[in-house]
Each structure stands twice: as C-alpha cells, then as structure tokens.
Design a protein around this ligand. Structure first.
Ligand code: IVH
Length: 705
C-alpha cells in the first residue's frame, strides 16, 4: 500500500473502498481481516484528507455516518411501494405451517398430486421495519414503515448503523433499489446499554425492540449513533434497472452480495415439512441467538407465484408469520424478597404468580435495585410485565397501570441484612445496597463458595448449591480453604450424600488443586474481576505476588482496567482476611504453573524500582513523568534514600539532587529516563544505568525522536 500524496482524490476513493470493505467484514460478516487499530488508522487518514480538501467529502464516505443537526421532527416520506404487514398463523404448534400450505394450494387450485410449493423460511426479527432507498448505488433515504403508505425520514440516524452500506457493492448499480429489513439491537448490546443506564440511575429500556425504535426515532443523530443498532435485510420495495433473480431466496443472496446484512439462518423447503423442521430447530435455538425473534416467517419462494397470489387487504397471501411463545407476559406481583449475592449486594426479587414466558414457567424475577424498583413504581398486588429472553435472568420491566387492590406501602430496603443481621450500607452516589457482613454473612459465604467452585473458576465437580447450603448451615465450611479439609465421614453423613457422592466430591476437590493463575484469580471473586480481566491480570503480572503488590497506577496499565477496577483489586488485597484465605488455599495444595520469575511473561522495565523526580524536565510535566514511570512498573517516591534506584533531575533541581550525589545514586535527565523506559527489564537491584549520568544542568544532547 502506497500513500499517494500527489492525488488526494484517488487516495480518498481508495480509502473509502477499503473502509467499506473492512466495515462489511466486521459488521456484516463478523469476520474482520484487519485489527481495529488498522481500521482506525485508515479512517483517520481519510478524515485528514477530507479535512484538507472538504470538496472531496462525499455523502457515501464512512466519515459522514454521524453528521447533521438535531432535527425538530421527521419529514414524512410517501412509500413508492406500500410497506405491508404480514398475517400471523393462529396455530402456534409446529403444524401451523401445514395450514398455510393447505390454504395456498386451495387458492392456486392445485390438484392433490401437483408438485409441492417451494417455500423460503427465515427468522422474524423483533425490531422495526425500515426501507432503505439506494439510487445509483448510493443510500439516499431511509424511512420507517409508518402507516404503510407514509413513513418518516430517519436517514440521518440509519446512516449511523455501521452494518448498512452507504454505497452498494456493485460497479453497475441499479437505478433504484429499495431494500426492506429490520433494525434491531443485539441482546448483549441491550444489556450493556441498560447496565450503563442503571449505573447512572437513569431510566432503563424495556426491551431491545423499544430501545432500537427509540434510537431510530431519536432526533439527535449523535445520540442515535451511541446506540449500537444492527440490521437484517428481508425484502424489496421499489426496484428500477436491476436484473432481479426469480426467487426470494436468490434475491436475498443477491442482496448479501451487494454488501447488505442478510441473516444466515434461512431454509428452503418443498412443501410444509421443511417449514415445520425450521420452526422446531429455530425454536430450540431461540435462547442461544444473539438477538430477539418473535417467530419465523414462511414465504413462497418463486416471485412469479407471489405475484399470482397477490394480496388480501394489506397482507400478502404468499407469506405468513409463525410465532413462538411471547417473551413478555403479565402476571401478579405477590411479594418482594431480598436476595444477598456473593459481593453482599441486596437484590429485590419479585415473587410472581407463575407465568409461562419465553418458553418456561417463571415465578421469580429480578427488580435489580431499589432505585429501579421505585422508578418502575411497582408494589405488591400490582399486575406487572415480566420479560425472559435468552439466558438472561427474568426481570420485571414495569407495572400495568390499573387499580390497586388497596393501600400497599412502598417497598423499603431493610436496614439490616435479612440473612446475617449486619448493617446494610449504600455507597455514596451508588445505586446498590450491600450487606456489610462480608464472609461473616452465610449468604455471601455460600455464594462465594459456589462461585469458587464454578465451572469457569476452580471447576469443582459435585459441589452444587444444595450441598453448599448444607456445608455452610452445618458449620462445616466457614471459609474457602476449609473446603479442602473436608473429611469423608462428615460429608457422608449429610442429607442425600452417602459414601459414594462424598468420595466423588473429595476427588473433585483434589482434582481442582491443579489449576491456572487466571482461574484462581477469577475464583477469588474480587469485585469487578470477571474471567477476561483475570486472564489479563495473569498475563500482565505473570505471578500472584506481583499482582498483589501492584499499585492502582500499575494495575491501570493493564488493558481494560480502569480506576474503578484497579481500586477494587487494590482493596481486595489490602484486606488481611483475603490474604489469609489465599495463604490457606495455597497451604491446602492449590498450585498453578509458575512462569519463570527472572523472565516473566510481561515484565515491566521498572518493575521493583523506586525513582525520585526533582526539578523541571524539558518536555515532561511532573505528572506525566510520574505516570510514565508507574506505567512501566516503577514506584515514584517523594524523597531520596539509599533505596532509591534512580533520581531523575531537571533544571532547578534542589535538595533531592544534592542528597542523590551524597549517596552516590545514579542521576538521569529526561532523555535518560526515556531510554530507561525502553530497556528490557533488568533485575531490580542493583540497577545498572542505561546511559552515563549526565549533568542535568547541561542542555540535553539526547535525541528523543
Ligand atoms: S416480510 C410483505 N420478513 O414483521 C411482507 N417481515 O408484519 C413484509 N419482520 O414489521 C414483511 N422479520 O418488519 C418480513 N423475515 C421477515 C421479517 C419481517 C421481521 C417484521 C416486519 C414487519 C412485520 C411484518
């Protein structure tokens, strides 16, 4: 790749094409070919070219996704081809597909021995319908469905959806191509959005569909751009100058070829049998899909046959939706209980009249925290809406307005933990209430043990919630190391245990002694340290000892560790009780492969060293120098002593420099410090200076480029 400085227009076009290609790999195919940083670099280069020559800024440039002013309202858009709705098959059993096939054969007056109709089956995405209008390959307009005849112009917001190409991937694009599809929000993106809202004490979104619809109709495109929307194409509107394939399935494949996101979960079926199988297979996979669906859709595959069948009122005869059980239901809130989690967080849990939702019967659902409960305004005796989608814990999303049976007091958080009686505290400005009992609280202890034993943690086979309950309630295990001291006889005497399961547990415990550092760190259950962070920490520090000694600043040098996580790790290791648990576990024989201490996986150049900074440095501020030293694993001391590894001195250095000379310490200037940061790690003591000591009062001759 060469940087063509002579012709910015050519380079800009090249960059646009590359960025479009890589955005498609990333957002549509989920298969990126280049690292994000490289994408960002190409993007920045294009931005720079466009900034220097604004005339080169074309509407289809990826830099122009978020732009424009906040709108006062949306302009109406008359659809060239009406956006219809779709009939829902009333029979929710898999056999519902048969009714559709039978109906169509009757409409078409097909004889019993006539060949089977071929159908396309696809998912019914739970989002909102959008019409994308491409003219000569360029996205010129996006509109909502509205009443089917007239929708709203939401072009600015739709342009922020990275999965939607701003230009079709076709050297000879159709004069007009209207692509219809569903804008939706992935469940994980939705959960993250709500997590953030909850942390801010702001209103949460009821479900991904509402959140997506809200984002599309958001008047400020900059706000819309922060909602990570996705899109799937499922059909066409007006088409001019395009050699369209003869079937619906081939049309979708052609759209994918043009760069549009088309869901891969599709099937073709001759007659109803394959439709029934698709309905069943997708029903079984529904919870595992990354987005909500409310059913599947069957469509006659041959477009000629679709035309022949035509429409009744505002629905095509050639398509039908076949739904699954709803993921939201109404039920009665019969009570609110408090559950105490592993970290002591008190969660209000709704007790519900059992209701079938999202495929299972639900009788408990989370209310998250007191603030959300209050904002939703739910009280015992209310009709509430419960949502269960995917493997996410069922939650109460709101109350159904209506008469209350009588006066019901507002729910209050208890002042004392309902399990151990310790005081309940709330961090200043925080949303969560916590039991202050720590591992004294049996509820926290039970949850901590369950977490420790979990499959992704120490993976102790045979240690489930019923058994942990008994171990804690019978006083057999008060802290984690005691697990490893359990005796066969005691275990065998527990409810539903016996010799054999007791021996299995002991074997499971024994097996868990051989572990890995990331698993061990995750198992300790530090707040804010999930599996990924545990892995990052292990990789970065190489050993438990080095992690234990790391300062908040050093912790923040780990990717994805911010001040909150760093502080939480620091406080964990600052508690003598936690150190005792770690010592106990190691004494119980827990081991993991050690990395060579002399050549740690990722040692930092200043690990184990203490530096002092004095005077003013030519380019670095005092804070910047400090941050660099700490990021490299060093400590910064306020005074100079025998233990100081180096003194970094600038102009007007004072008493610290005199003291350093007196003690015969190595004195570095700024360039010397930078050189030191770049050297491979040396054993902490005694340090060998990488550059000869220079007189800091002399101007530096080092080149910092
Ligand atoms: S086809 C003429 N296919 O369901 C047929 N619609 O009433 C037009 N939907 O809000 C619709 N997934 O946005 C079709 N694979 C799919 C769909 C789908 C979701 C939505 C659509 C509309 C409703 C149909």
């Amino acid at each position: 790749m060469t940087l063509d400085l002579t012709d910015p227009a050519r380079r800009a076009a090249e960059l646009r094409a590359q960025l479009q290609h890589h955005a498609h790999r990333y957002y549509v195919l989920d298969d990126p070919q280049i690292p994000d940083a490289e994408y960002d670099r190409l993007f920045a280069e294009l931005q720079a070219i466009e900034a220097a020559a604004p005339g080169l800024r074309s509407a289809d440039s990826p830099t122009q996704r978020v732009g424009g002013q906040a709108l006062a309202g949306f302009a109406p858009v008359r659809h060239a081809v009406a956006m219809l709705s779709i009939r829902t098959e009333t029979d929710t059993q898999p056999s519902g597909a048969i009714a559709f096939d039978v109906r169509l054969r009757r409409e078409l007056e097909l004889a019993a021995d006539a060949p089977a109709i071929s159908y396309a089956a696809e998912l019914k995405f739970d989002g909102l319908a959008i019409n994308l209008r491409y003219e000569s390959g360029v996205l010129v307009q996006a509109a909502t469905r509205g009443d089917g005849q007239t929708g709203e112009d939401v072009t600015q917001n739709i342009r922020t959806i990275k999965a939607i190409p701003l230009r079709l991937n076709d050297p000879q694009p159709p004069a007009v191509l209207e692509v219809r599809g569903e804008v939706y929000l992935r469940r994980d993106d939705f959960e993250r959005m709500n997590e953030r809202q909850r942390a801010l004490g702001a209103k949460t979104f009821v479900n991904p569909r509402n959140a997506a619809a809200g984002a599309v109709r958001q008047l400020d495109p900059a706000v819309a751009a922060q909602r990570p929307l996705s899109f799937f194409a499922y059909g066409l509107g007006e088409v001019r100058g395009w050699d369209q394939p003869e079937t619906h399935s081939a049309t979708l494949s052609a759209l994918a070829g043009l760069g549009l996101p088309v869901c891969a979960d599709r099937a073709l079926s001759a007659g109803a049998d394959g439709l029934i199988a698709f309905h069943q297979a997708m029903g079984a996979r529904r919870d595992a899909l990354p987005f909500d669906i409310d059913g599947v859709v069957y469509k006659v595959d041959k477009l000629a046959l679709q035309r022949q069948l035509g429409f009744v009122s505002r629905e095509p005869r050639w398509a039908v939706a076949h739904k699954y059980p709803a993921q939201e239901q109404m039920t009665l809130l019969t009570g609110i209980e408090i559950q105490v989690g592993r970290t002591g967080k008190l969660t209000p849990v709704a007790k519900l009249a059992p209701v079938f939702v999202g495929g299972t019967t639900v009788s408990n659902a989370t209310l998250h925290n007191l603030f959300e409960l209050r904002r939703k305004g739910v009280r015992v005796g209310d009709q509430v809406v419960v949502r269960r989608a995917g493997d996410v814990i069922p939650e109460v999303v709101g109350r159904v307005p209506g008469q209350r049976p009588g006066y019901v007091a507002n729910f209050r958080m208890p002042a004392a933990c309902p399990v151990c009686g310790s005081a309940v505290l709330r961090e200043r400005g925080g949303m969560d209430h916590r039991c202050s009992g720590g591992l004294f609280c049996p509820a926290q202890r039970k949850q901590a043990i369950l977490h420790f034993a979990g499959r992704r943690a120490m993976d102790i086979e045979g240690l489930g919630d019923k058994l942990v309950e008994q171990l804690v309630d019978n006083g057999l295990v008060a802290s984690l190391p005691e697990l490893y001291a359990l005796a066969l006889a005691k275990l065998a005497g527990l409810d539903r245990m016996g010799q054999r399961s007791a021996q299995n547990l002991l074997d499971g415990l024994d097996k868990s002694r051989q572990t890995t550092l990331p698993r061990f760190l995750y198992a300790l259950g530090m707040r804010q340290v999930g599996e990924a962070t545990a892995k990052d920490l292990a990789r970065h520090f190489g050993s438990l000892e080095r992690l234990q000694e790391a300062s908040v600043e050093q912790l923040q040098a780990v990717s994805d560790v911010g001040p909150v996580v760093a502080q939480s790790i620091r406080s964990f290791f600052a508690q003598p009780h936690n150190l005792e648990v770690i010592r106990g576990l190691i004494a119980a024989g827990i081991v993991w492969p050690q990395t060579d201490a002399a050549a740690p996986v990722c040692a930092l150049p200043l690990a184990g060293m203490t530096l002092a900074v004095t005077g003013s440095l030519p380019t670095l501020s005092r804070d910047a120098a400090k941050a660099l030293i700490e990021a490299a694993g060093g400590k910064v001391a306020g005074s100079v002593s025998k233990k100081t590894s180096y003194v970094v001195a600038g102009s007007d250095a004072g008493a610290k420099l005199d003291k350093a000379r007196e003690l015969g310490l190595t004195v570095l200037d700024e360039a010397g410090l930078i050189a030191l940061l770049r050297t491979p790690p040396a054993p902490p003591t005694p340090p060998t200076p990488p550059t000869p000591a220079t007189d800091p009062t002399e101007p530096s001759t080092h080149d910092r480029s």
